[in-house]
Design a protein around this ligand. Structure first.
Ligand code: UDP
Ligand code: MG
Length: 328
């Protein structure tokens, strides 16, 4: 966790009231939007003279699109409708591309990210922080399996690469325009956002917060999706599993060679009575298992390469409503 205080030496002073963009990826959040947007509107109008709220409809099946379009008729609101569900990370990227504020804040639409934090985030930005990310003050609400899994994942992710992905930093974060531009300049299709945030760097401040309860609906991330997201994150941001595969291969080859020498010498000394069926079966099964795991690891990376090489766009925009940035 990095923390800074005070302005960066030599940097020009930051405006007291920068133009502010909020980005909310939404999938089936119609009911939450109806509660959240009035709250946000009241707060944002106080915080900034020029502001916008960019809503992204990530292929919702409820009336999220209709709610958004109604709001997009009001000044300051913008609704970006994707042509289908592309996943939160793509929706967030789409939203970021449609912002133009000097300061951008991304947050969930389900009321878990308290709007009351915005003010404090801005205070840190004025003091020179380029990124202010909210970290969950506790994970008590999560089950043991999820907590252990999360810890293991970040251990693996942060083992050896040149930058650290903070475990508790989510998508509730304020970013300076420079950071957003850096994020958007990354060409990769694998949008493991937590990794990308860490990769672009900049001066970051962590801000603890207590997430609220999801007001309506339920989480979109079940265990299967979390595991899949973890594998994507690992293969997109680390190459050590490939190195590990090589090392394991070398070790196995080395011990096989030793065993071969031992068997040859034993044959010269004592002959061969053709027993050792167990040894053969166990050996073959074990080596086959190891080999398959290693091929699987290589396969994960080949899959990543395939996704990138196809170079498809991250998302398809169906239409955009509303003007965006407004002023009083
Ligand atoms: N979301 C999205 N596309 C998806 C899944 C989720 O845009 O395919 C949005 C969702 O509407 C919410 C945010 O991403 O605003 C976080 O989703 P959720 O609350 O389900 O995740 P959790 O809080 O459990 O991590
Ligand atoms: Mg949520």
């Amino acid at each position: 966790m990095t923390a800074t205080s005070g302005p960066v030496a030599g940097a020009p002073p930051r405006p007291q009231r920068p133009s502010l963009s909020l980005v909310l990826p939404c999938r089936n959040e119609a009911r939450n939007l109806e509660t959240l947007l009035p709250l946000l509107l009241a707060r944002v109008a106080k915080l900034a003279e020029r502001w916008e709220i960019v809503l992204v409809d990530d292929g919702s099946t409820d009336d999220t699109a209709a709610v958004m379009q109604r709001w997009a008729a009001k000044p300051g609101f913008r609704a970006v409708q994707l042509s289908r569900n592309f996943g939160k990370e793509a929706a967030l990227t789409a939203g970021l591309r449609h912002t133009s504020g000097e300061v951008v804040v991304s947050m969930d639409a389900d009321m878990q990210h308290p709007p009351s934090l915005l003010e404090e985030m801005l205070v840190h930005w004025r003091q020179g922080a380029d990124v202010v990310y909210a970290v969950r003050a506790n994970r008590d609400d999560e089950g043991l399996i999820k907590r252990v899994g999360t810890r293991a994942f970040y251990r693996l992710l942060n083992a050896f690469e040149g930058f650290d992905v903070p475990p508790d930093g989510g998508d509730f974060r304020l970013m300076d325009r420079a950071v957003v531009d850096a994020l958007l300049s990354l060409p990769e299709r694998t949008r493991f956002m937590k990794g990308l945030y860490a990769w672009v760097g900049f001066q970051a401040v962590a801000l603890p917060y207590v997430p609220g309860e999801r007001a309506h609906g339920k989480t979109h991330f079940n265990y299967r999706r979390l595991v899949s997201l973890s594998l994507i994150g690992l293969t997109a941001f680390t190459t050590w599993p490939l190195r590990l595969a090589t090392v394991i291969g070398m070790l196995v080859a080395f011990f096989s060679m030793l065993y071969g020498v031992f068997l040859t010498v034993a044959y010269w000394l004592w002959g061969n009575e053709v027993s050792g069926w167990t040894t053969i079966v166990v050996g073959v099964a074990l080596l086959l298992g190891i080999q398959m795991v290693l091929i699987g690891i290589v396969g994960e990376y080949v899959g990543r390469i395939f996704e990138e090489v196809k170079a498809r766009p991250l998302y398809v925009v169906k239409d955009v409503h509303g003007q965006g940035l407004t002023g009083r």
